[in-house]
Design a protein around this ligand. Sequence first.
Ligand SMILES: [Zn+2]
Ligand SMILES: [Zn+2]
Length: 240
Amino acid sequence: MRENEKAARLKRMMDMKESGLTLEAIGKEFGITKQAVSSQLKKGIDIHKSRRCLYCGKPFVPRSTIREWCSPDHKRKWQTRERRQLRFFSNIDFNPDENGCLNWIGYKHPNGYGGMNGGYAHRLAWRIFRGEIPQGLCVLHHCDNPSCVNPAHLWLGTKGDNARDRNGKGRGKAYGGVGENCPQAKLCKKDVIRIKQMLKSGISRSSIGKSYGVGYGTIYNISVGKSWSHIKEGDGSGKE
Ligand SMILES: [Zn+2]
Ligand SMILES: [Zn+2]
């Protein structure tokens, strides 16, 4: 307890120094001289420098009970994150398939998307490899493979595209709130044939995307043969 108090005091002093207060002002606050503040801060900086929190990376004054994290909260968060990442990586087949997809071999939602901790694996992949998902954006697949968690195959699209697609086609209603998990817009073979015809006739990718409620990337991939390359625009004659 005594040690914790000392550490907390030191931490407060360092915070005050960092926020631009003079040694005199800090001394006044603690009822000590500015020389005393200076020597305590010097001592503090030595400890301060030696430790960085494993979770937030910020220097901190170690306490007797927690030595690797700046606070019990960051200890818990770090452990949760570690466990989650371990589980995430153990659920991936790291042998890429013929499209370069890294497939999720863990639990799959009924719509084919990998799932973990009640969320979507591809969204988790984005957060682990790329960072936070900006509010309002969805993680979509270039490769049209819902179980793929290869970060290179993922891109951020807007919620609007997904919502339009869901409302227009009645897909994905069973999964999560609107826009929350953003099941990827899925086109059927018929759609793709029609899209290829539209592309051939010179209609812009973005307006085709809009009319099908999918992102530009999806149409782009079809147009350059990155996805649905096995479908020809003349395939529409009956057989599905
Ligand atoms: Zn921390
Ligand atoms: Zn993929």
